[in-house]
Design a protein around this ligand. Structure first.
Ligand code: GTP
Ligand code: SPV
Ligand code: MN
Length: 583
């Protein structure tokens, strides 16, 4: 949609369909944020946490049937099913609207309709894109104020530049039977009904900045990716920027905020983004990345002073927690925050909890919503309108075996292959069984707005257009031994792998050939001060050739075959080459 009159029409049509009691156009001011919070405190949908220890922090408990993204109710509604591809759910646009209209119809009766203009990208950045989310949820409006540049800044942008992506959202009756998350790439439109949770409801995030943006990106020659962005500064003061794609709940926020261990004196990680990257070829021939978001919607469980002190510092104030537990003193708590749980808690559903309780106190997908500017490691360039130049792209999954700790692609197309073949065990970030191995190409399986074979082709073609491409790597922090314990210490120790990667980018040839790609030469990975046995190190880099030939290669071929004739020949060629190297 373009300009003021389209916006007025979008508001009028939404009012007619949803029949709200009144309409509020959000300006993004502090006073308005306070009002949004107060409304929820008054109706009990937000609880104030301890305002001494956690000023301006609140807890939201979502409906227990609405605690994660719901992939089976998420659809790409392109005119042709082929354009959605075999990995997306598809509905014809008319049919999708017919079904959803019924759920939207009168859904805002007695409620306020909030019109939320927002920007993805910093104001003034040539890459910023505007959206307008219409929602009946003050939780969503308040969360959008944290996660995006919301209000007048976006309205001004629309007045100046015209285009915006409309999104209509209603929590309606939060009924899974009457829930749909719909994307209309041909008219650049989002409809989401029946859920108030995260990626289902904060439409700027996964719906706009990934699913619809990925379609724009293909048409315009850039990339919209599920990637963190960080800068690694060496003791010499040189900073190398890295973008990394890991599936949901597989370590992006943690890596983006890494605090170097004591042995890494003089090293520093700068956080640019923790979930989404928009990447473009710059005039200097390198790939440049911006973080389109303004906040973090991070996984709470596992976050602690030991694992991610920067996240803890970021969520001390002005944070909305969702589905965490609360201590008797009104402080938020989740599994992993402290070594021992407190003697008494209120769990994520508001029930009394003790360590003897069978259930977890916080939901496994409980989250915090916090402003990015509060992160101690936030990069001075995080809002740079041009972004930062990317030296390396990482693809990583959660696999207990098979994948080495780290290796480098032999070429751009081999790197695309490493992204396209990413496999990972499912997590609590999406509804459904966890721990199931599935293909999650580029960590974009749930977020690519078009046929993934065309997406792979776009990646291959982009490689021919980047004069100075980043190097591509695969990593896996999640090896488990026979007892089910993680072999690699992970978290802050992941900097050891980043150091090797940066050295590779800088042209040091500290790598040896393996059938999978380039692995660190003996001694190239800095392991000083780590308690890692020789056997453990060997396990981390062991390649079971017979298993690759008999299981991984055929599994990959089967996956590629699902895309039929659209699948780029370049990726089949990489698969054949891999098979040969495994001989
Ligand atoms: P989304 O926000 O869903 O996209 O997730 P994310 O990719 O940002 O994942 P996040 O960093 O929040 O980590 C998810 C879970 O993995 C948390 O419970 C972390 O504590 C855990 N985790 C992160 N990094 C590591 C690691 O290096 N090793 C191990 N063992 N666990 C990790
Ligand atoms: C993810 O699932 O990758 C998230 C959380 O970052 S959500 O916003 O719900 O998509
Ligand atoms: Mn994510």
């Amino acid at each position: 949609m373009t300009g003021h009159s389209d916006l007025q029409r979008f508001i009028a049509e939404s009012e007619k369909l949803c029949e709200p009691a009144n309409t509020v156009v959000c300006d993004g001011s502090d006073a308005e944020y306070e009002r949004l919070i107060q409304t929820q405190l008054d109706n009990g949908s937000l609880l104030a946490l301890n305002q001494k220890t956690h000023p301006h922090c609140y807890l939201h408990r979502s409906n227990p049937n609405d605690v994660a993204r719901i992939e089976k109710l998420t659809f790409i509604c392109s005119a042709k099913q082929e354009d959605a591809g075999p990995t997306n759910q598809w509905l014809a646009p008319d049919e999708a609207k017919r079904r959803a209209r019924e759920f939207f119809s009168g859904s805002m009766r007695g409620r306020t309709m909030y019109v939320v203009p927002y920007l993805m990208g910093a104001a003034g950045s040539p890459f910023a894109k505007a959206g307008v989310e219409i929602t009946d949820s003050p939780y969503v409006a308040a969360s959008m104020r944290i996660m995006t540049r919301m209000g007048n800044v976006a309205r001004d942008h629309i007045a100046q530049h015209g285009d915006f992506t409309p999104g209509l959202h209603s929590t309606a009756d939060v009924n899974p039977e009457r829930r749909l998350i719909l994307h209309f790439p041909d008219e650049d439109l989002i409809w989401s009904v029946g859920s108030g949770y995260g990626g289902n409801a904060l439409l700027g995030k996964k719906c706009h900045a990934l699913r619809l943006a990925s379609v724009h990106a293909r048409n315009e020659g850039w990339l919209a990716e599920h990637m963190l962005i960080l800068g690694l500064e060496s003791p010499a003061g040189e900073t190398t920027y890295i973008a990394a794609a890991f599936p949901s709940a597989c370590g992006k926020t943690n890596l983006a905020m890494l605090v170097p261990p004591a042995e890494y004196k003089g090293w520093k990680i700068w956080t640019v983004g923790d979930d989404i990257a928009w990447l473009r070829i710059g005039s200097d021939g390198r790939l440049w990345a911006v973080n389109p978001e303004a906040g973090f919607f991070g996984v709470a469980p596992g976050t602690s002073e030991r694992t991610n002190p920067n996240a803890l510092a970021s969520i001390r104030a002005n944070t909305i927690f969702t589905n965490v537990a609360v201590t008797p003193g009104g402080e938020p708590w989740w599994e992993g925050l402290t070594e021992k749980p407190p003697e008494k808690l209120t769990d994520w559903q508001g029930r009394a909890w003790t360590p003897a309780s069978m259930d977890r106190a916080a939901h496994p997908n409980s989250r915090f919503t916090a402003p990015a500017r509060q992160c101690p490691s936030i990069s001075p360039r995080w809002q740079d309108p041009q972004g930062v130049p990317i030296g390396a792209i990482l693809f990583g999954g959660r696999r207990a075996s098979v994948e080495p700790l780290c290796y480098e692609a032999l070429s751009w197309n081999h790197g695309v292959f490493l992204g396209a073949t990413l496999g990972s065990e499912t997590t609590a970030a999406a509804a459904g069984k966890t721990g199931i191995l599935r293909r999650d190409p580029m960590a974009m399986l749930p977020f690519c707005g078009y046929n993934m074979a065309d997406y792979f082709r776009h990646w291959v073609e982009l490689g021919t257009k980047i004069p100075k491409p980043p190097k591509i790597f695969r990593v896996d922090w999640f090896h488990k031994d026979e007892q089910g314990k993680y072999v690699w210490p992970g978290f802050s120790q992941n900097i050891r792998v980043l150091q090797w990667i940066v050295e590779q980018v800088q042209g040091q040839r500290n790598a040896s050939e393996s059938p999978l790609g380039l692995v660190p030469s003996p001694g190239a990975l800095n392991l000083d001060g780590l308690k890692l046995s020789k056997a453990q190190l060997e396990e981390l880099f062991f390649v079971d050739r017979a298993h690759w030939r008999s299981a991984e290669v055929p599994m990959t071929r089967e996956f590629f075959d699902r895309f039929g004739a659209k699948m780029p020949a370049e990726l089949y060629a990489e698969l054949e080459a891999l098979n040969k190297r495994m001989a």
